[in-house]
Design a protein around this ligand. Structure first.
Ligand code: SF4
Length: 323
């Protein structure tokens, strides 16, 4: 991992509006990301962890410009991606690719493997048919597959094979940055490790940068250099993978970790069960957003937003971390 930023997210805010009332006459604003700041460095894997609805997928979709931001900027290669013209945006789409959770819903069921992997190349590049054939073979080989699968449809593949095809397609345009949105959670446990290892190998070979989104800290641990823990649209802790796992600072991270199966029987922490449901992101709690479920809550947490507190390999936002 280098210390050169690849992507800088500054004060990113994303609001959705929904209509309510009998005739949809009133508009409600739901803020999913609030003044979000994050830097992703070249060649790193940044894991993003949090429960469903915390804003992880909104972040991914905004990064890919699949949905517009309400405010803030995302800088890539010195340019704010929200102000790119069509030609530059087309270029960006080659550099940023995404692998989705379920390959059987992300791959076109009516296309054969060859056409699935070839489609982005045909759309964006000029390539004669022989070179295209060789390129598809190379991509499949790199992803642990072979040409025999070329004529198969997605439903004729196993889950692991289908996800490898999705990775091959994502690599087709030599991207720099991959968003991996829960790429193993729809797969059998035995296949999950194979896909993680494949992603690690491909990263080393091509110098890729990953944003790895998951609800599962255990999966993220194996692949991430740094981990950001999200709760209700905000990062509550960001640190090196080692520090988040061995010395979590935020009570929410501690609770997530305590629910992660561990093979370390000696140092296994006691499970912290969070009471209550995750509040609606449409009306987040005042003060610390985690205060309605935090086992360590005290008065100040209900009214005052905790600041970012730096520690050796990262930062967290909890009043208790202030020394
Ligand atoms: Fe818990 Fe208070 Fe820390 Fe929030 S600020 S995590 S409520 S102790």
């Amino acid at each position: 991992m280098s210390s050169t930023p690849l992507i800088e997210i500054n004060n990113l805010t994303k609001d959705y509006t929904s209509r309510s009332g009998l005739f949809g006459q009133s508009q409600d604003r739901v803020r999913v990301l609030e003044q979000f700041n994050l830097t992703i460095f070249e060649g790193e894997t940044l894991g993003i962890v949090g429960e469903s609805g915390c804003g992880k997928s909104t972040l991914a979709n905004t990064l890919l410009r699949l949905i517009p931001a309400s405010n803030g900027e995302i800088n890539y290669d010195g340019n704010n991606i929200f102000t790119l013209n069509d030609a530059k945006l087309r270029e960006l789409r080659q550099h940023f690719q995404m692998v989705f959770q379920n390959p059987f819903s992300s791959l076109n069921p009516r296309m054969k493997v060859f056409d699935i992997v070839a489609e982005p190349i045909i759309t964006h590049l000029q390539m004669d048919s022989q070179t295209l054939k060789e390129r598809i073979s190379q991509l499949l080989r790199e992803c642990g597959l072979n040409d025999e699968l070329n004529g198969r449809f997605p439903h004729e593949l196993s889950g692991g094979q289908a996800q490898r095809v999705a990775v091959a397609r994502a690599l087709a345009l030599n991207p720099k940055f991959l968003i991996l949105d829960e790429p193993t959670s729809a797969l059998d446990v035995s296949v999950q490790a194979q896909i993680i290892n494949l992603l690690i190998d491909l990263q080393k070979k091509h110098g890729l940068t990953y944003l790895f989104i998951s609800h599962d800290l255990g999966v993220v641990q194996h692949i991430s250099d740094r981990i950001a823990v999200m709760y209700l649209g905000e990062i509550v802790e960001l640190g090196s993978s080692e520090s988040v796992f061995n010395n979590p600072q935020h009570p929410y991270t501690q609770a997530l970790l305590s629910a992660t199966p561990s093979t370390d029987t000696e140092n296994k922490s006691q499970r912290i069960v969070l009471e209550g449901n995750v509040p609606s992101i449409a009306s987040p709690p005042t003060g610390c957003r985690f205060h309605t479920r935090c086992p360590l809550v005290f008065d100040k947490c209900r009214t005052e937003q905790p600041p970012q507190v730096a520690f050796e390999q990262g930062w967290s936002t909890c009043h208790l971390n202030i020394k």
